[in-house]
Each structure stands twice: as structure tokens, then as C-alpha cells.
Design a binder for this molecule. Structure first.
Ligand SMILES: Cc1ncc(COP(=O)(O)O)c(C=O)c1O
Length: 426
């Protein structure tokens, strides 16, 4: 599989690799750790939410449980608790009426693309490499995607050039998708200044920013930077959130938050939310009310914030990241200048750059012959710029397995570096 081929094959490739080489150490999947999952305890918070819901709707608790067991409101029933949580944890000020609860962030992505992209002239802009969940959905809908293949700090310059080119071709840059905090796949962070400049440019050009933030609460060092949604005065940012990493993915609860006045107009916000709600009512009817009630109960039991709940996993991920960085240093220092990696301040991923191509074939031979699985960055890319890089996820693997896995990766690299073709290509 090359970067240019279908994104729809990536998950199959990953599943096939994991299935064929079950003993391989996987740095491929960005799943959260299971160490702090407490599903029985979380489910036990259901009655707490039922009481909250009963009081809010003047129902008996029994009647509330019956309502929760039914089909429900399309836009969701925990919007008030989500508004409070993002206020406490992310510094986002919003009202419950600005929120639509979705079946994971993935549904929010799907809904936004369906609602925003109306004409064949509309183009989606992403940084390349980009999360496959956005480029894959765009591909499913035949939406043209333009990639900005640049370092994170150069996003605005590349965006300007891409917008100018697209406008020259008679196209309409419609939305810019970004993961400003601890990007998947690169781990990169957009500076506050870059966020403000991008907001100014996008509002001037009527480009909607889709800010996806699954990893913002997983910062291991450094000062937090306000989400773009919180910095946006112009009404051009839609915020996409999820409880998949902070609680667990199986709940499938995410959400989208819309600006009060999209492009300066409350009617535009109303129209977009109405359209999204219509589409959602046909796609999934509503987000599981049982799942929402579990999230809601947990939020109530935690006084509205998830900070305490993620403390353990933040420490675990920090330790995993540090272990991986130390192992990379130990294993690859002899190739200094030829092999490099970044030091993400948070999130689940880092990027390793090699002096030879690491594509699907290399990933397969690495898994088969060396027992270690990593994702070629080309899978996420829109051009060939990432052919020499791979993504290493450190979220769902123990420190012991990280040590062993990086050692195995080192032996794979050693063997490749020793082959005459690789030496000649230096
Ligand atoms: C950047 C990004 N956005 C969205 C998602 C999907 O999240 P959810 O489980 O809420 O659908 C993921 C999952 O890994 C992700 O990395």
C-alpha cells in the first residue's frame, strides 16, 4: 500500500498484519491503555444520571429510566454536562444549545463533511500527513482533499498558497481540518500564534476550521495552549471532541460544538446545526442514550471534570513516551544525523525518520521477520513526502514491550542499513 492508494485499505492492512503476526509487538494502534478501564464502576453511575435526568424533566426515576431506554433526542441529552466539562477542562465557553452529541468523534467528522460540502467545487484542506478518519471519509464521499505538506509552523504559508491555487482553479476551499494538540499521526502542536493567524485567515476566506481534539487532555509537559475554538472571535471554528480516550472507546460518545455565530451569523449556525441534526436523525437516529447516561453519570460523579479520571493514564503515557525516547536514543544514536525522531509533549504518537523508505512492504517484513509492527506515515500522507517516516504509538504497550520492540526495530533498521542498495542511496 502506497500513500496514493485508497485510505480505505489502511485499516484492513493493519488488521491483517495484527492477525497474521499476533505475537508482534504493536506500535501501530493508537488505542488507549486498558489499565484504568473501570467499566463496572462507570456503569454503576447510570442511576446518578437517571436521577439528574428525572429532576430536569420532572419525571419519576422509573419513568426517566424508561425514557433513557427509548429512542431519544437527536442532538443528545448530556449537552449540559459536556458544556460544563469542556469549560472546566479545556477553557471552552459554550452553551448547551451549541452542542450535538455524536456516536464518537468519527460520526461528528462524517456529519460535518456531509453538511458542509455541497458542491463539487468544495475542497477540504488538511495538513499532510493527516488522520485517516478524515481523509478516508472525504474519499468515501468523493470530496477533493488538498494536503499541506509542511512543518506545523508553516501551516499558514502553505494554506495561503493552496487557497490561492484552488481559487485560481475556480474551486472553493470549504474547510480546514486540524488536530492542533498532539496531532495524529505526528504528535505536533500548533503554537498559540499560529492558531490565531489561522483563525484570522480562515475567517477572512470563509473557511470553516474543524478542530479535532481527542488528545488535548494528555499533556505530559509544557504549558497548555487554548483550543482554537476558545480563541475564535470570528465564529469560524467547529470543535470536535470525544470521550474515547478520556473514558473509553466502546462508549462511542463524542460531540461537535458550533460557534454561536458561524461567520458572524447566528442564522448560519442554526442552519448548519439543523442540517447536521437532520442527517444524524437518518444515520444513527441518536447517540446511544445508555452510553450518554454512563458518560453523564461519570461526569456528575466527578463534579463535571475528567481531570482526576485521566491522571493515572497521563502518568502512564508520559512514562511510556519517556521509555520510548530513551530506547530510541540508545538504539539509534549511532546513526545520528541520519535517523531522527520528535519529542511530543503529549498525545499517543511520535514520528521516526529513516534514511530508507518505510512503506507497506517494509512494515510487513518488519512484522514478519522482526516481530514489530509500526505504521508507515505514507498511509496518512497525500504525497510521497512521508515515505521515509513511520508512526510509533506508545499508548497501548508496556514499557517492557517498548524496550523489546524498539530493540527489534533497531535490528530491522541495522539489517536494512547494511544492504548495499541502502548504502548507495545515502
Ligand atoms: C485525531 C482523531 N480524531 C478522531 C478519532 C476518533 O475518535 P472516536 O473514537 O471518538 O470516534 C481518533 C481516534 O483515534 C483520532 O485519532
Amino acid at each position: 500500500m502506497q500513500g496514493s492508494s485508497s485510505r480505505l485499505d489502511v485499516m484492513n492492512f493493519l488488521n491483517e498484519m495484527s492477525g497474521n503476526f499476533p505475537n508482534a509487538i504493536s506500535f501501530a494502534s493508537g488505542r488507549p491503555t486498558e489499565q484504568f478501564f473501570a467499566l463496572a464502576h462507570w456503569m454503576a453511575q447510570f442511576p446518578l444520571f437517571a436521577r439528574h435526568f428525572a429532576a430536569a424533566h420532572s419525571l419519576s426515576e422509573e419513568a426517566a429510566v424508561n425514557v433513557l431506554s427509548q429512542y431519544g433526542r437527536t442532538n443528545g441529552i448530556i449537552d449540559d454536562l459536556i458544556a460544563a466539562q469542556v469549560g472546566l477542562d479545556e477553557g471552552i465557553a459554550c452553551g448547551r444549545e451549541q452542542i450535538i452529541v455524536t456516536a464518537g468523534c468519527q460520526e461528528a467528522i462524517e456529519l460535518c463533511l456531509r453538511a458542509l460540502f455541497e458542491s463539487e467545487r468544495d475542497v477540504l484542506l488538511v495538513r499532510s500527513p493527516a488522520y485517516i478518519g478524515i481523509t478516508g471519509v472525504a474519499e468515501l464521499h468523493g470530496i477533493e482533499v488538498a494536503g499541506l505538506s509542511c512543518a506545523v509552523d508553516d501551516t499558514l504559508a502553505f494554506l495561503r498558497a493552496a487557497v490561492e491555487r484552488l481559487e485560481g482553479e475556480g474551486k472553493r476551499p470549504r474547510a480546514l481540518y486540524l488536530v492542533p494538540d498532539f496531532d495524529n499521526p505526528t504528535g505536533a502542536v500548533l503554537s498559540r500564534a499560529a492558531r490565531l493567524e489561522l483563525i484570522a485567515f480562515c475567517s477572512e476566506k470563509s473557511i470553516t476550521v474543524l478542530e479535532d481534539n481527542p488528545y488535548g487532555m494528555f499533556r505530559y509537559e509544557g504549558e497548555p495552549i487554548a483550543p482554537m475554538f476558545a480563541l475564535d472571535q470570528a465564529g469560524c471554528v467547529v470543535y470536535l471532541g470525544t470521550y474515547s480516550k478520556t473514558i473509553c472507546p466502546a462508549l462511542r460518545v463524542g460531540f461537535a460544538i458550533f460557534p454561536k455565530q458561524l461567520g458572524g451569523s447566528a442564522e448560519r449556525t442554526q442552519a448548519l446545526m439543523h442540517k447536521i441534526s437532520q442527517i444524524k436523525s437518518l444515520l444513527t437516529c441518536n447517540t446511544s442514550q445508555v452510553s450518554q447516561a454512563i458518560v453523564g453519570g461519570l461526569l456528575l460523579s466527578e463534579n463535571g471534570s475528567l481531570k482526576r479520571l485521566v491522571e493515572g493514564s497521563v502518568d502512564l503515557y508520559r512514562h511510556n513516551r519517556d521509555t520510548m525516547l530513551a530506547c530510541l536514543e540508545e538504539t539509534f544514536k549511532k546513526w545520528e544525523g541520519r535517523i531522527s525522531w520528535n519529542r511530543p509533549q503529549g498525545g499517543f504518537f511520535l514520528t521516526l525518520s529513516l534514511p530508507f523508505k518505510f512503506l507497506g512492504g517494509e512494515a510487513a517484513s518488519c512484522a514478519r521477520d522482526y516481530g514489530v509492527l509500526a505504521m508507515p506515515l505514507s498511509f496518512f500522507a497525500l504525497d510521497e513526502e512521508q515515505d521515509y517516516c513511520l508512526r510509533l504509538a506508545f499508548s497501548n504497550v508496556t514499557p517492557e514491550r517498548i524496550e523489546e520492540g524498539i530493540g527489534r526495530l533497531g535490528r530491522f533498521v541495522e539489517q536494512r542499513m547494511a544492504t548495499p542498495a541502502e548504502r548507495a542511496a545515502d
